[in-house]
Design a binder for this molecule. Structure first.
Ligand code: NAP
Length: 260
């Protein structure tokens, strides 16, 4: 365990827990993996294609005194999900915390949107989380009151956005999945929550928050800044911690006041 984790109050400590973060090779997922490791969890750093980037995240985790292992998980492929979760359990000794972060966005006005793009978005953002929950379920249920699922939804899933009907549908679906599983798993003490980030500075939003668009966006955000991956990671770490044992079926907004 790293030094920071050693001094945490027990209510925030993740010592002895194993976490899997999908899509942790960059962006929000990377920050989540690093914060969970800093709180004492051993972390499986999920990646779809960028093994080098996932290894770099693990190196950063180990450098800070934590434990991280790269695990290939393409959430759109059931076989890859099964194999990745099996690897996480065999290498790290169990699975207590599943963070369904992997996601893509394909933006288009409805008249230009294709069925193929819609299927792809659902396959990754919504079916991917469903698949991971299903494959991880018996391990999480075995973890009882230490078991956690945190789904990464979006402000767009709550309020919609022009040009993002496909993405919004996938992220609203994740909220439904969260609430249903919260009820289903509650009897075993396992909690299921979602975070709904606003605009966070990552590769995904690089085009949307460039130049003039950035100023227009900032005017809509009461806290006056674009969010960082660390802002979201802190919220996920709270939901994963013992401190949040009585919070389930909740959607925690991390959006600077963009939607209140
Ligand atoms: P990002 O920088 O584009 O990173 C996306 C991550 O997802 C990468 O690690 C990528 O892996 C992984 N990924 C993509 N397809 C995958 C698949 N089929 N299987 C497994 N992993 C896959 O995105 P981000 O901004 O960090 O977003 C992370 C999550 O937050 C997404 O669910 C996104 O919808 C949500 N979100 C983001 C914002 C925002 O403003 N950025 C706001 C609200 C919600 P590779 O590197 O291997 O390709």
């Amino acid at each position: 365990m790293n030094d920071a984790a050693r001094v945490l109050p027990p209510s925030l400590s993740l010592a002895g827990r194993v976490a899997l973060v999908t899509g942790a090779s960059r962006g929000i997922g990377r920050a989540v993996a690093e914060v969970l490791a800093a709180r004492g969890a051993a972390v499986a750093v999920g990646y779809a294609a960028r093994e080098d980037a996932a290894r770099e995240v693990c190196d950063a985790i180990e450098h800070a005194g934590g434990r991280g292992v790269p695990v290939a998980i393409d959430v759109s492929d059931a076989g890859s999900v099964e194999a990745g979760i099996a690897r996480c359990v065999s290498e790290l000794g169990g699975l207590h915390i599943l963070v369904n972060n992997a996601g893509i966005s394909i933006d288009a006005l409805l008249l230009r949107a294709s069925e193929e793009d819609f299927r792809r978005i659902l396959e990754v953002n919504l079916e991917g989380a469903f698949r991971c929950c299903k494959a991880a379920a018996r391990h999480l249920l075995r973890a009882k009151a230490d078991g956690r699922i945190v789904n990464v939804s979006s402000v767009v899933g709550e309020q919609g956005n022009v040009g993002q009907a496909m993405y919004a549908a996938s992220k609203a679906g994740l909220i439904g999945l969260t609430k249903a599983l919260a009820r289903e798993f509650a009897g075993r003490g396992v909690t299921v929550n979602a975070v709904a980030p606003g605009f966070i500075e990552t590769d995904m939003t690089a085009d949307a928050i460039r130049g003039d668009r950035r100023d227009a966006l900032l005017e809509q955000i009461p806290l006056g800044r674009i969010g960082t991956p660390a802002d979201v990671a802190e919220a996920v770490a709270y939901l994963a911690a013992p401190a949040a044992a009585y919070v389930t079926g909740h959607v925690l907004r991390v959006n600077g006041g963009l939607l209140i």
